[in-house]
Write a protein that binds this ligand. Structure first.
Ligand code: ATP
Ligand code: MG
Length: 888
């Protein structure tokens, strides 16, 4: 950076860009949030995203032209951060947009004018790319602008053709590059060579519509979408070697370097990379938290947590904690610099300063602990692997690190890469799967044996076909019968069995929803099914033969689910989706699911949320859900390809694995989720929804329990019974119970007070008997005595009173008010304080130490406590001895 007169700051660049287009009738709009309205993407990744509905023709724009500086996060560039000169996770994209207004030629002309006149880039340093088939753009650049043909590169579809999906609007792009080394000439131009070129401005000409067959037809309303990287322009104009050394980021790097006592410019390459990563990620996390994202283990919360953790790790790498100690909170300090840098343009970062810093501090403290334990273990693993002359860290080790130490896989991979090692990801996934399989609880012991038999079955029978989305009953064939986990030919009446069918209407537990109940019937056969679990693609029906026998190969068996149970599960399942939507709407959009249970009698929903949900919010949530229920929304189920589902707006949970085809449950306008469960056809079927409890189950995770449908009635009946019993006991009507209990409580309080007063009186009476035990020492009287189980307050009254009666005196009393508790009191007259320099507070504090405690108070009256009651006699003896010595 230089402060020479030509220096142009990042802020000035941003302003010049916006002004340029404002002068050309563009409406300047503020940056949209990093949390996009568009549910198909986790974070805002480009300036055009907020306008996507306009470009797709779903919404009309109020303006024909707009210009913005848009905050963006691109995590797909995370590996490039600090390594290339131009990639960030957080950056600002300057853009000019035309909605059916000006098009290709105008966009190109303005891009050129802006580059060469406003920013005064020398024309001979600029180089252009166009889509290989876009002769029109080529001609405009060559003939209208005057760029030599050899400095216009034609590029393929991959680089220079924009589309938002397989179908819909699309079109060619044209990019502007800056040439750092024009002296190398125009032969062998390679725009990928980033030591020579940097792409700074991309113009998208939204020209066509692509239909399902892939045909392109010209759009009636053609659009312009552009993006210029602010940091890249700053690098060019500020003449620094990379984006990181611009005034937009460098102050953060400088601060981190200062804390680590490093000089950035003298640092080695690895340290520089660490500092650049810190400089980049800190901006990301500050803006993400400012936009309402909370660190968690799913979705964008996970992206945030990962970025914070990387800041901490790279901070650790450059020795921050070595220099400042592990209790030093480094992240809030660097965040402050990032906040100060952008508050004038994005005031929310300052407004949310406390939230940002608190959250960073919390994450930092938590992660440092994880790191210390995990890194130690990992370095042992690395050492072992190297000793064995291998290059791959076993998946099991990586999994242990994750499972036991919370050490993320990507971190293990990063650290491994620093040592030229890789991680066996497949092995990691396998270990994860085994863990999931064995932790499914209920059938734990039996599962393992069933699993062995089932693996063998898989060699000759097909996975079970599931009919239960549409059917409640069907004729099925028995493929296998198992007793105690072993396949048998026939199961007889009275035995507990597992049955595998060729197809089934029974839902097997998954996605939180428990398995169906029901019956298998046939000629004199009755099997009661209690649970269904999925194992290696087979639906294993757990049940008991009530009547008759069942034999492998039987084909006239009827499988019938318990419809009432299914209806109850469905009500709870759809209610769970509504609950998720209501939480996002009412509490915080960044709330994400951490787990769920959908049962017949209740639902349980765990969420990542850093604070309790307030009673008011819970009430609002309940009301909102009941409104949705009353509005009788139809639910729509469709089976789509994952891409298509995402395009519709369904967000896949981070880390969840989906097949190529996914099921989407849509309550239009209310909820859209990927889900394999069974649901009501209309929200009205849920009937009623009631929240039962809200509790914290671990740091940052809350649990909501609720009931829906007929389960609400059961819940209310239980409550009602309690109320009725209370009413009987208190001889009160339900609405009178509260008053009655209130009265009882205050009566109890009065009684307690009276009891206390009596105890005090007793203490006084007791203490009076002690008066004649006082001994005269010099001019003073001393009295040291044990007072049985007097409580501290009564003990104090007694001490005070005795001292007053004795006049110039020092009184020390002790008692054992409860098991394992010692109470001590010292009451010294004024003269004791003055002539003998003896202070009750200090004195009793020392004595209390003998009983494993402490305390203090005023010079003339002090109280102390201890825990070791057996030491009380010893303590009182010491008190007496010291008093005698001091007062003689
Ligand atoms: P690159 O090939 O350099 O990764 P891109 O083709 O991904 O760039 P676009 O998607 O066209 O970039 O985005 C438009 C502009 O936004 C780019 O010209 C660039 O100036 C800027 N930009 C894109 N990605 C980043 C990033 N990760 N960090 C900083 N600026 C970026
Ligand atoms: Mg890119």
């Amino acid at each position: 950076m230089s402060d020479s007169p030509q220096f142009i700051s990042g802020s000035e660049i941003r302003q010049k860009f916006l002004d340029f287009f404002a002068q050309r009738e563009h409406k300047i709009l503020p940056s949209a949030s990093l949390v996009p309205e568009d549910p198909t993407v986790l974070l805002t990744i480009a300036g055009m995203l907020p306008f996507k509905p306009i470009f797709l023709g779903q919404r009309k724009s109020e303006y024909d032209r707009a210009t913005t500086s848009q905050k963006c996060i691109r995590t797909n560039d995370i590996e490039n951060v600090g390594r290339t000169a131009r990639h960030h996770t957080f950056f600002e994209m300057l853009g000019n947009f035309s909605f059916g207004d000006y098009f290709k030629e105008q966009a190109i002309k303005w891009a050129w004018e802006l580059s060469t006149e406003v920013f005064a880039l020398p024309p001979e340093r600029l180089i252009i790319s166009v889509f290989e088939e876009d002769d029109e753009a080529f001609a405009i650049w060559k003939d209208k602008i005057g760029i030599p043909a050899r400095r216009i590169q034609r590029m393929g579809e991959e680089d220079n053709f924009w589309k938002s999906g397989a179908t819909g609007p699309c079109g060619p792009c044209s990019e502007l590059y800056y040439d750092f080394h024009p002296e190398l000439g125009d032969d062998n131009i390679d725009l990928e060579d980033d030591s020579r070129f940097i792409e700074y401005y991309n113009l998208v000409f939204m020209q066509y519509n692509r239909d399902a067959e892939g045909n392109l037809t010209p759009l009636a309303s053609q659009n312009i979408d552009t993006g210029m990287g602010l940091e890249r322009m700053a690098q060019i104009l500020q003449k620094v070697p990379n984006n990181y050394e611009t005034d937009l980021i460098f102050p953060i790097i400088k601060k981190a370097a200062e804390i680590a006592e490093i000089d950035y410019h003298k640092a080695d390459e690895k340290t520089k990379i660490s500092l650049k990563v810190i400089g980049d990620h800190v901006r990301s996390v500050v803006h993400m938290i400012a936009d309402g994202i909370t660190a968690s283990n799913t979705d964008r919360g996970y992206v945030l947590r990962r970025l914070i953790r990387r800041v901490i790790r790279y901070g650790r790498l450059i020795g921050i904690y070595e220099k400042r100690g592990v209790s030093f909170n480094f992240t809030p300090e660097v965040a402050e610099v990032a906040i100060a840098l952008s508050e004038s343009v994005y005031p929310s970062v300052r407004e949310r300063e406390a939230v940002i810093k608190d959250q960073l501090k919390r994450e930092e403290n938590q992660f440092l602990k994880t790191l210390q334990r995990g890194e130690k273990l990992l370095s042992e693993v690395i050492e072992r692997v190297k000793k064995e002359q291998k290059t791959v860290i076993p998946g099991e080790d990586a999994f242990t690190l994750y499972d036991t130490y919370g050490f993320p896989l990507e971190l293990t991979q990063e650290i491994a890469a620093e040592q030229d090692l890789t991680v066996d990801v497949e092995g990691y996934n396998k270990a994860m799967q085994i863990q999931i399989d064995t932790s499914q609880g209920a059938h734990e012991t039996i599962d393992l044996t069933v699993q062995g038999s089932i693996d063998k079955l898989a060699e000759h029978i097909h996975p079970t076909e599931f009919l239960g989305y549409t059917e409640a009953q069907s004729t099925v064939k028995v493929e296998a019968v198992l007793v105690e986990g072993k396949t048998v030919e026939t199961g007889e009446a009275g035995t507990e069995i597992q049955v595998i069918l060729d197809r089934t209407p029974f839902y097997a537990e998954s996605g939180g929803q428990i398995g169906d109940r029901g019956y298998l019937t046939g000629d004199n056969l009755l099997v009661r099914i209690e649970d269904v679990q999925k194992e290696s693609g087979f639906f294993v029906h757990y049940g008991r033969i009530e009547r008759g026998s069942i034999t492998t190969g039987d084909s006239v068996v009827n499988a019938t689910i318990d419809r009432a149970c299914r209806r109850r599960a469905q009500a709870h399942h759809t209610a769970t989706h509504l609950l998720q939507s209501a939480l996002k709407k009412i509490v915080d959009d960044s709330i994400s699911q951490a787990g769920s249970l959908v049962a017949f009698d209740r639902l349980r929903f765990d969420i990542n949320c850093p604070r309790p949900i307030t009673p008011e919010e819970l009430q609002q949530i309940e009301e909102q859900i009941n409104t949705w229920i009353a509005e009788a929304h139809d639910t729509q189920t469709s089976v789509l390809g994952l891409e298509e589902a995402k395009a519709k707006g369904a967000i896949a949970m981070f880390g969840e694995k989906y097949g190529a085809e996914v099921r989407v449950i849509d309550v239009p306008g209310v909820s859209l989720e990927l889900c394999g469960g069974t649901h009501v056809r209309n929200t009205a079927e849920i009937g009623l929804f009631k929240i039962v409890s809200e509790t914290g189950i671990s740091s940052g995770v809350r649990r909501i329990e609720a009931v829906a449908g007929t389960a609400v009635l059961e819940y209310l009946n239980v409550r009602d019974k309690v109320v009725r019993e209370l009413g009987d006991r208190f001889k009160a009507k339900p609405e009178e119970i509260l008053d009655r209990v209130g009265n009882l409580q205050s009566e109890l309080k009065t009684t307690q007070k009276e009891l206390d007063a009596l105890k005090q009186e007793l203490a006084v009476a007791k203490s009076d008997q002690l008066l004649n035990q006082a001994e005269a020492i010099g001019d003073f009287k001393i009295l040291v005595a044990e007072m049985g189980d007097l409580d501290p307050k009564a003990l104090q009254t007694a001490g005070e009173r005795l001292q007053q009666k004795l006049g110039e005196a020092a009184v020390v009393l002790g008692s054992i008010p409860a098991e394992g508790k010692v109470s001590l009191v010292a009451a010294f007259s004024h003269k004791v304080n003055k002539d003998k320099k003896l202070q009750a507070g200090k004195f009793i504090g020392k004595i209390a130490k003998i009983c494993g405690g402490g305390g203090g108070g005023r010079p003339n009256l002090a109280q102390a406590g201890g825990r070791d009651a057996s030491k009380l006699p010893e303590a009182l003896e010491a008190a007496k001895k010291q008093l005698i010595e001091a007062l003689q």
